[in-house]
Design a binder for this molecule. Structure first.
Ligand code: ASP
Length: 339
């Protein structure tokens, strides 16, 4: 009895402490704010910022933000991206709002904006995820255009190059040195852009609500039917409006194994800053896979908490992310890393 009373009292004091802290928060919250993965995030943030600065909803911002990346021909997201090993581009995307509503699509072909199909899945069906021909059928029924199945010039070149050896060696986004890229890095595109396969975005709007999005073509030259972490809620993306949000990029299989984005958010719930939470989650990837095997891959997380604080961490050098919170503040930052 005594003990129960003590526990009740202590949880009460924790509650009142957090209420106290929450009372302080309005002065310190940085909002609206948007953060996204890689340098493609600069252009994506710009689109998202237009929504946020006009008092728009975080959900609209994260959809419109990554649509800008899906639109860009020379980017490895959307229909301009690298195909699977059969030469077909297949897309994965997910979106999550401030009320635990979420939607995703995977293994989707010939649709320009998978992120918007994911949003329709969230808003118009009782489901969270649609895949393959079913997702495509749904998209067409919702009025999305079925685009031609044709590789972009860059993707065609990269695919032809890959076909010379047809080596099945999934490799993701490691850029180890300032001067170039590591032995496992994918080819640089003719346009000069790096071959990043994913954009993930998190936003906090003026009302203090969080949302997140993620869209990708997955690994270049992947096995047909392979789906990564990006459309898996809790792995590639997770949003908890009480606490914060996280999104991943890199080797999807290793993000799925540890429910990466959910882990980041739960660590923030325990009081860690976004950066600390991302770091601890990367440490868990290392624990799960072993340090030697981790040298062959890249995994990265970005996170945003309810106060508008951002953070990121990667396994390896080379990851960067873009943060925007004003008309004149949209900057690329190099992420810290472990290996
Ligand atoms: N995470 C994505 C996947 O595994 C790829 C990436 O982030 O580049 O499909």
């Amino acid at each position: 009895m005594q003990r129960r009373k003590f526990l009740q009292l202590s949880s009460l004091s924790v509650a009142s402490l957090s209420i106290k802290q929450n009372n302080l928060i309005p002065n310190t919250i940085k909002k609206p704010i948007v953060i996204s993965t890689w340098d493609a995030g600069i252009a994506a943030n710009k689109a998202a910022w237009q929504v946020l600065k006009n008092n728009g909803r975080a959900l609209d911002a994260v959809e419109q933000g990554v649509m800008a990346t899906e639109n860009s021909i020379n980017c490895c997201v959307g229909l301009g991206a690298n195909p699977d090993r059969e030469g077909i581009v297949t897309l994965d995307a997910s979106i999550m709002d401030e009320n635990y509503n979420c939607g995703s699509v995977a293994f989707l072909e010939r649709i320009k904006h998978p992120i918007s199909v994911a949003r329709r899945v969230m808003e118009k069906t009782p489901h969270v995820m649609l895949v393959g021909s079913g997702a495509q059928q749904f998209a067409v029924a919702e009025g999305f255009t079925l685009e031609e199945q044709k590789l972009s010039t860059d993707a065609q070149k990269a695919y032809e190059n890959w076909l010379k050896k047809s080596e099945y060696k999934p490799v993701i986004n490691i850029e180890r040195s300032e001067s170039g890229h590591g032995p496992f890095a994918p080819a640089k595109l003719e346009s000069g852009e790096w071959n990043h396969d994913t954009i993930g975005m998190l936003a906090l709007d003026n009302k203090g609500n969080l949302s997140g999005s993620c869209t990708t073509s997955g690994q270049g030259f992947k096995m047909r039917g392979r789906v990564g972490d990006s459309p898996i809620i809790g792995a590639g993306l997770f949003v908890d409006n009480e606490v914060g949000a996280a999104v991943a990029t890199g080797q999807g299989e290793d993000v799925i194994r540890i429910a990466g984005s959910h882990t980041v958010v739960e660590l923030m719930r325990q009081g860690l800053s976004p950066e600390e939470a991302c770091k601890k989650t990367i440490e868990r990837v290392i624990k799960a896979k072993g340090i030697e095997k981790c040298k062959q891959i890249q995994v990265c997380f970005i996170a945003l908490n309810k106060n508008g604080q951002v953070g990121a961490y990667a396994l390896q050098k080379g990851f960067n992310y873009s943060v925007c919170y004003a008309d004149d503040y949209n900057k690329l930052t190099n992420s810290k890393y472990i290996l």
